[in-house]
Design a protein around this ligand. Structure first.
Ligand code: 5GP
Length: 204
């Protein structure tokens, strides 16, 4: 990083399952393609439209365990029976190049990253209502009623964790939620603590 370059932001977008994190992040990345999206590794099988190395690195459970042992993850978590992990090395590299990095991870993962990276920007997405959250979880899967009930209960429990984040954005409309996140990004770029290099570069 040159002395006049500002370090990129680490932005973590998280929220209970069913709050629409994936859709919001996709629109944000379409609008601001300069953001580096950190691709997670997962042991989950790809869904029909998913491509290895684009949505996720789809890896075996054995490989995932090896990566844990080699400390390749900034954090990892088990989410509904599959493992998901954030590869560590590329994040600092990109930030040092002045590039903003986006992580879209579950609540357990976000809490671990908060401990390790206190300079991150933590944004919690809230569903517009509990009814809407239940609808989204129910409409999305082919799971049994028991599994659905478990998911709905754990999503409700996760909502309280949102109080630990710096920002909360209600995802009532994707466009509106993305506009709010863009405002957060703009404000974070103007924080004095993120711009001390500008003071140094001003000739006095
Ligand atoms: P899905 O399988 O639907 O793509 O994702 C399931 C959940 O895993 C979502 O809540 C998603 O945010 C979360 N997730 C994706 N990548 C990671 C990761 O690297 N770490 C953690 N902790 N959660 C992740």
């Amino acid at each position: 990083m040159t002395t006049t370059m500002t370090k990129g932001l680490l932005m973590v977008i998280s929220g209970a399952s069913g709050t629409g994190k994936g859709t919001v992040c996709k629109k944000l990345l379409d609008d601001i393609p300069e953001i580096f999206y950190s691709i997670s590794a997962t042991t989950r099988k790809p869904r029909p439209a998913e491509v290895d190395g684009r949505e996720y690195f789809f890896i075996s459970s054995e490989k995932f365990q090896t990566w844990i042992a080699e400390e390749k993850f900034l954090e990892y978590a088990e989410v509904y029976g599959n493992f998901y992990g954030t590869p560590a090395h590329v994040i600092e590299e990109k930030r040092n190049e002045g590039v903003d990095v986006l992580l879209e991870i579950d609540v357990q993962g976000a809490l671990k990253v908060m401990e390790k990276c206190p300079d991150g920007v933590y944004i919690f997405l809230l569903p517009p209502s509990i009814d809407e959250l239940c609808n989204r979880i129910t409409n999305r899967g082919t799971e049994s009623p028991e599994v659905l009930q478990k998911r709905i209960q754990s999503a409700k429990n996760e909502i309280d964790t949102g109080k630990k984040y710096q920002y909360v954005v209600v995802n009532d409309s994707v466009d509106a939620a993305v506009e709010k996140i863009k405002s957060i990004i703009a404000a974070e770029h103007c924080r004095t603590k993120n711009n001390l290099n500008l003071f140094r570069s001003i000739d006095r």
